[in-house]
Design a protein around this ligand. Structure first.
Ligand SMILES: [Zn+2]
Length: 258
């Protein structure tokens, strides 16, 4: 008995040390977890569909990136984009009565990504069709036509979207081009936002033309409120743009992904 006791007391500092360091590890991990969730709290609803593709092809350092706003050429017809939960279900007024709320945000994110990308030294620009309703998808000014030409010339066309709310949406993620040559930029965006299957919905019009579709997130809940609230709008747009540009820069400059 005495022997056991004395062993216990001699071992006490060791036991305490182990417990203390375990606690430190737990606290540290918890703090890091909090940090990650705070940073990414708006984009937690990632797509959860089975997808197996991997983007491996290298890209040149001066890869020409074209950022398009989804539905910028298709207002007033069936492909106008989601109205968002606030307008469709909660009686809020549209951000701009002449366009869908999705397009309203797609345009702002498009421009923020380009501005930030230029500041980070990327070869990046926006495409603005200038006409909000072009019935013929193959008209030379549509996102589809301009994006397809950009891809054929060796560039990287990326169309910004927000996904539908509730049961109509799948979540954030990259819908890749229907291509055997998916590259490290595709991979980087998929790691940052989520990964849609290559033949999502049987193959959409944009991916068939090698235009990548980036679903930022479902237009609902906290993400939509933070965008709608004038006090948090700019920070939210900046955070989303930063996430896109970080993924682009990481892939193009070969930096390890966060
Ligand atoms: Zn869309």
């Amino acid at each position: 008995m005495r022997l056991k006791q004395s062993f216990f007391f001699r071992a006490l500092p060791l036991i305490c040390g182990v417990l203390f360091s375990m606690e430190t590890v737990v606290q540290k991990t918890f703090a890091e977890g909090n940090l990650v969730s705070r940073k990414d709290v708006l984009l937690l609803n990632r797509v959860r569909l089975k997808s197996v593709w991997e983007g491996k092809a290298e890209v040149p350092a001066n890869l020409s990136i074209l950022i398009l706003a989804g539905h910028a050429d298709s207002q007033g017809i069936s492909g106008a984009g989601t109205a968002g939960e606030a307008v469709a279900l909660k009686g809020a007024k549209p951000m701009d009565a002449s366009i869908s709320d999705e397009l309203f945000w797609n345009l702002l994110i498009r421009d923020a990504v380009v501005q930030l990308g230029l500041e980070q030294g990327l070869n990046i620009r926006a495409y603005e069709p200038g006409i909000r309703n072009i019935d013929d998808g193959n008209h030379p000014l549509t996102n589809w036509s301009v994006g397809a030409r950009h891809a054929r010339a060796g560039g990287y066309p990326l169309e910004i979207h927000f996904d539908s709310y509730g049961e109509y949406g799948f979540g954030s993620g990259l819908i890749p081009a229907i291509s055997t040559k998916l590259n490290v930029v595709d991979e980087s965006l998929a790691l940052a936002f989520g990964r849609y299957p290559m033949f999502f919905r049987g193959g959409l019009g944009a991916p068939r033309r090698e235009i990548r579709v980036l679903e930022i997130g479902k237009l609902e809940g906290e993400l939509e409120s933070k965008l709608r609230d004038p006090n948090s709008r700019q920070n939210t747009i900046d955070a989303i743009a930063q996430k896109v540009v970080t993924a682009l820069v990481g892939a193009i400059r070969g930096k390890p992904l966060p």
